[in-house]
Design a protein around this ligand. Sequence first.
Ligand SMILES: Cc1cc2nc3c(=O)[nH]c(=O)nc-3n(C[C@H](O)[C@H](O)[C@H](O)COP(=O)(O)OP(=O)(O)OC[C@H]3O[C@@H](n4cnc5c(N)ncnc54)[C@H](O)[C@@H]3O)c2cc1C
Length: 336
Amino acid sequence: MPGPSLGSLAVIGGGVIGLSVAMRAARAGWTVRVHRTGDHGASWVAGGMLAPHSEGWPGEDRQLRLGLRSLELWHEFLGQLPAAVVTARESLVVAADRADVADLRTVADWLSGQGHPVIWESAAREVEPLLAAGIRHGFRAPTELAVDNRAVLCALVTACEELGVAWAGPVHELAAVAADAVVLANGMDAPALWPGLPIRPVKGEVLRLRWRKGCLPVPQRVIRARVHGRAVYLVPRPDGVVVGATQYEHGRDTTPVVSGVRDLLDDACTVVPALGEYELAECSAGLRPMTPDNLPLVHRLDERTYVAAGHGRNGFLLAPWTAEQVVSELLPVGVQ
Ligand SMILES: Cc1cc2nc3c(=O)[nH]c(=O)nc-3n(C[C@H](O)[C@H](O)[C@H](O)COP(=O)(O)OP(=O)(O)OC[C@H]3O[C@@H](n4cnc5c(N)ncnc54)[C@H](O)[C@@H]3O)c2cc1C
């Protein structure tokens, strides 16, 4: 028998952050309601890499620490989701030309200098035979994971329903939300409800390529690459790969444009030529909710309001940590 409720909690936003917070809070004993729109948000578009090492860059030590902490928590989090949401258990990061090799070497040296488990490779095709001839150098990050973002969202909705989480429509005004505590988890749109939150949209195009009969097999690990200074990644799915992602500021535009799609296809096929035979199943674009220091905003705003937004490029990676952090700060009714 569940104990008495700790109080009522309204979570605004039904993306990976809102759903993770809702699931964690319902487990902790809150009576939870998620307010959501019909719009899928950034979470539906994402690649699903849980990749603190290969996302790392010298100087971004806090982001790295946070990512590693959340990756640890993912192992427990996965216990609450179907095993099939995991689509890869390693990343291989490779370079196309000499300047790209030098960039990767900088990152690998910074990581291994701090004792992180990354392994430099000078015969990358022996690790991943699908790589193009001529791609030799890079590093492996053997503790990274990738998940199917859409399968995770569906599993979180199911888990929330099993825990008795209720659903409601979008919120237009915070004052109208009846609840003991409120979590703003509406990503890009958090500043519309709490003006001044420093979150800006950074657009990213993403492609979904589907395996076809006769094609070479889908890669078993995440392949990330620097191709003449541009970054591209290939994230396995049961039926193909997700290719991402461009990164530029263009307001709230979520239309995939030709030049972005062309660059992704060029770079993906430069790295794994066999992808040229796959079906181009989907082109989409989403908005990363970025903050000035690339760290998420996860803290209390006033007596009953909390923010959990601004997760930028790493909302999936940081979801379990965010949920833990928010729920640990929520004050049960009577303690406020
Ligand atoms: C191209 C691309 C690739 C990415 N790849 C990765 C990756 O590989 N790994 C990773 O960790 N992260 C990745 N990300 C980042 C990740 O997708 C985001 O950080 C994450 O989805 C943010 O989640 P969220 O729940 O805060 O926001 P969202 O997913 O945007 O969800 C917010 C939801 O709130 C809803 N909403 C807005 N206003 C209201 C309101 N007033 N009332 C109710 N609901 C409201 C929105 O409609 C939306 O559904 C990627 C992002 C992009 C764009």
